[in-house]
Write a protein that binds this ligand. Structure first.
Ligand SMILES: [Zn+2]
Length: 400
């Protein structure tokens, strides 16, 4: 589409056509020049010229001949998955994680570091160290850096306002990273990143509306409506459901209130609950997975849950209960057909998702409740990093 119908300059038209053609080849795979012309509405001459430009940049390659429709068989084109690399970071959990991805969201290299403290300077230095390690592992030109992080951010300005777990009150992270690495940098709220990743890399057919609940240090939701990320009006903070009070008899929360969802199903709360179980029952399924309480991670809790450790099952059903309360409220407002659970809880599996779904059924209008399905993310722990990668694919190449 030509924005606002205004006349494009030659360079803009070139870039517009390049993005259009690249998107068509990326999304359809094995496409010929004639397919490109047909799907884009460009003349065959222009389509071929644009394909040649993209081939010069290494973004398109010929992969052989397709079936003949009677005449000369067409040459098929694709976007080589490793034409560019990109970096996605996930700063949402107790472990800061990052990966070098190719253009299909496949991880080429991974790195991570335990979040040492919640002090601003320390956590920023940890992020820079993590990026230093990743940048050198990219074997192809880097498209940029995408950062998924918790809290309130301005993705346009690249400024983080309140990321409590990282100790950042206000930080021009976009500028800091851009100056250090000389690459395009995009910030995305973690749950919105997870939602973008689900929609870009793992959506089910005919699903164009969904809510993705990300359980990390905090709990938040990203919302896709009509195939578009709903950003909310203020600083991408549209869906901070973690600070909804779900019990009147809860613990104090970092936000100043108490009984927030975060204090029950956030990673710290779950790990604390698991450590208590371990202290009481070191011979349980959970106990057999670790050598001491410090080794307990969300992944080990999920494994113990899947192995039907009774105490961990009880912990899981409490989590599903409270997560279900928040999910029911979300569903009552949005009426989306699918709710996806991402982050550490994704590994709890279908039984856990079913328990959350059941909770929604018990708390919403019966004839609406039948239409929702809750599933766990198939992207596992990668959801936020892939979301950051999806932002780069959208903004730098225009392919998603
Ligand atoms: Zn709170």
């Amino acid at each position: 589409m030509i924005p606002n119908g205004k006349k494009l300059t030659r360079d803009e038209a070139k870039s517009h056509n390049q993005r259009l053609v690249l998107r068509l080849i990326y999304q359809n795979g094995e496409f010929s020049r004639a397919d490109v012309a047909r799907a884009s509405g460009l003349t065959r001459t222009t389509a071929s010229a644009v394909v040649s430009e993209l081939m010069e940049q290494g973004l398109v390659e010929e992969i052989g001949l397709g079936p003949s429709g009677g005449g000369k068989p067409p040459t098929l084109l694709q976007v080589p998955p490793d034409a560019r690399h990109l970096i996605g970071l996930d700063l949402a959990g107790t472990v800061l994680e990052g990966a070098v991805f190719n253009l299909r969201g496949q991880a080429v290299h991974r790195a991570s570091v335990d979040l040492a403290t919640g002090r601003s300077q320390d956590s920023l230095q940890q992020v820079l160290d993590l990026l230093d390690r990743l940048v050198v592992e990219a074997s192809q030109p880097l498209l940029g850096i995408g950062v998924g992080l918790p809290g309130v951010i301005d993705s346009q300005l690249g400024v983080v306002y309140h990321a409590l777990s990282l100790g950042w009150p206000q930080l021009a992270l976009g500028d800091i990273l851009h100056q250090r690495y000389q690459l395009p940098v995009y910030l995305v709220n973690d749950s919105q990143g997870a939602a973008l990743a689900e929609y870009t890399f793992a959506r089910e057919e005919n699903i164009h509306d969904m809510a993705v609940i990300l359980v990390a240090q905090g709990v938040s939701a990203g919302i896709i409506l009509g195939g578009q990320l709903y950003r909310g009006r203020l600083h991408s903070g549209a869906s901070e459901i973690g600070h909804v009070r779900v019990t009147d008899e809860g613990y104090p929360c970092v936000c100043g209130h108490d009984g927030c969802l975060d204090t029950i199903v956030g990673e710290q709360a779950v790990l604390q609950g698991a450590r208590t179980i371990y202290a009481r029952r070191p011979d349980s399924a959970l106990g057999r997975l670790v050598r001491n309480a410090d080794e307990i991670t969300m992944a080990t809790v999920a494994t113990a849950y899947q192995q039907n450790d009774p105490a961990v099952l009880a912990l899981g059903s409490e989590m599903a209960h409270y997560l279900g309360i928040a999910a029911a409220n979300l569903y009552s407002v949005l009426n989306v057909p699918q709710i996806v659970l991402a982050g550490g809880v994704a590994a709890f599996g279908p039984y856990f998702a079913g328990a959350v779904e059941e909770e929604i059924r018990e708390r919403t209008l019966p004839w609406l409740a039948d239409r929702v399905t809750v599933r766990t993310s198939t992207l596992g722990e990668d959801a936020v990093e892939l979301g950051a990668a999806a932002v780069l694919l959208a903004n730098e190449l225009g392919v998603v």
